[in-house]
Structure formats: structure tokens, C-alpha cells
Design a protein around this ligand. Structure first.
Ligand SMILES: Nc1ncnc2c1ncn2[C@@H]1O[C@H](COP(=O)(O)OP(=O)(O)OP(=O)(O)O)[C@@H](O)[C@H]1O
Ligand SMILES: [Mg+2]
Length: 211
């Protein structure tokens, strides 16, 4: 099936700037969203961490680029992952996105975060962030949206998180989310959770004092 989100016979997403060159739009997209991410760090988008809050966050980040910013995808997608030898994570069927996101966010917002020990806390945070990421509710921009959303949630709970660690290690972070979610219908459970748990524990720990 032709992907309705791309220009015909290309892999370039239709965009508000009518840019068809894939490398150029990738660069422009990174620039615009990093500006919007900065704005959000200074002025977080208020909400109660439900479905509509997640959509509004995506809309804010991608408002300059895509008409469908803030809308869940209407097709199934795959993304080739180098760390899986070109395989894709099995993202949610598009018909189940609303239901899966709702349940994932309910779980995250109902946990007793303040009663957890640091290790348990990091494990649950990883589980919730990785579960939301595995759904991949949007056609594009899921990693930035999900990480920003979960970090803002943590900050709203008065949990100190150094979110710049995720941004500075964005390639590692994607690989860690992929490794966490490497569970396949045919190949079975190949998941490795340690990579994500390590960086999340780091992000929640105090910076080391200079010697
Ligand atoms: N946490 C982050 N903070 C800032 N920039 C990020 C972050 N994660 C990824 N990026 C940047 O966003 C761009 C696209 O990354 P990537 O394609 O891995 O994620 P995505 O587009 O947000 O999600 P996906 O493609 O999985 O839907 C890259 O330039 C990457 O460096
Ligand atoms: Mg992407």
C-alpha cells in the first residue's frame, strides 16, 4: 500500500515546507524540533498526562512541519533498526493505538512513585517509557515526544531528572529503547533491558562532584 504520509514514489514525509529532499527535511526537522524542545523545557505544556496531553505535546513539537502533528497515525509502520540488523520493532496496530496509549498512561500516572526505592523506581520508569514508545502512536517523532513527555511527567512529580542526558545520547537512547522492546511474534523475546535501565538510573542520579 502507498503510504499516504509521503510524497508519491519517495520516502519523504509530506511537509508544510514542501521539501522533497530527504536529507534536507531531516535537517530542517531536527532544527525546528530542537527549537520547540527548548521552548518546552522553559515552558512545559500543562496537562494531566493523558491521551490529549500526549497529542498536544506532539502537535507543539511538530507544528511547523506536518499537518497531522498531534494526530495518531492511520497506518501501520515499520522502521529498520541497525541494532536489529534491519528488522523493525513490532509497533502497535494502528487500530489499537488509542486503547493502548490510554492504558499505558493510566498505569504510569497511578503508580506510587514516591514510595519506591531508586532501583525499583528506575525499573518502573523504564517500563512505562518503553511501553509507550513501543506503541509508536505517531507517524514520526515518537522518540522525541515520548522522552519529553515522560521527563516532564517526572519533573511534575518533583523527581529530579537530568533530561539532557537523553538528548546528548540520542543514538544510544534509541538503541536502548529498541533493545528493551525486541520482542517478536516469530523470533520470541530477545529483549535486553539493561541498556535503558542504566541510562535512566544515570539521569536520575546526582551529577558527580568534581574531584
Ligand atoms: N531526546 C531527544 N532530545 C532531542 N533530540 C532528540 C532526542 N531523541 C532523538 N532526537 C533527535 O531527533 C532526530 C530524529 O531521531 P529519531 O528518528 O531517532 O526519533 P524520532 O523521529 O523522534 O522518533 P521515531 O522516528 O522513532 O518516530 C535526530 O536528529 C535525533 O538526534
Ligand atoms: Mg524519526
Amino acid at each position: 500500500m502507498q503510504d499516504p504520509y509521503v510524497y508519491p514514489n519517495t520516502r519523504t514525509l509530506k511537509n508544510r515546507l514542501s521539501i522533497k529532499d530527504p536529507d534536507f527535511i531531516r535537517k530542517i526537522e531536527a532544527d525546528y524540533t530542537s527549537l520547540r524542545l527548548r521552548e518546552l523545557t522553559e515552558n512545559p505544556l500543562t496537562g494531566c498526562y493523558d491521551l490529549s496531553h500526549l497529542k498536544r505535546l506532539h502537535r507543539y513539537l511538530f507544528q511547523d512541519l506536518y499537518d497531522w502533528a498531534g494526530e495518531f497515525r492511520r497506518i501501520n509502520i515499520e522502521k529498520e533498526e541497525p541494532v536489529l540488523g534491519g528488522l523493525s520493532v513490532e509497533y502497535a496496530d494502528h487500530n489499537t493505538i488509542t486503547e493502548q496509549v490510554t492504558s499505558c498512561l493510566q498505569q504510569m500516572t497511578q503508580r506510587s512513585w514516591h514510595q519506591m526505592q531508586p532501583t525499583e523506581f528506575a525499573q518502573h520508569f523504564c517500563f512505562d517509557m518503553a511501553s509507550l514508545w513501543k506503541i509508536h502512536p505517531f507517524r514520526e517523532g515518537n522518540t522525541r515526544t515520548v522522552i519529553t513527555f515522560c521527563c516532564q511527567f517526572a519533573e511534575d512529580q518533583q523527581l529530579a531528572i537530568r533530561r539532557e542526558i537523553f538528548e546528548e545520547n540520542s543514538v544510544y537512547m534509541r538503541a536502548a529503547l529498541v533493545a528493551y522492546n525486541a520482542v517478536f511474534h516469530d523470533l520470541g523475546d530477545l529483549s535486553k533491558k539493561g541498556y535503558l535501565e542504566r541510562i535512566v538510573q544515570d539521569a536520575f542520579s546526582s551529577p558527580e562532584q568534581p574531584r
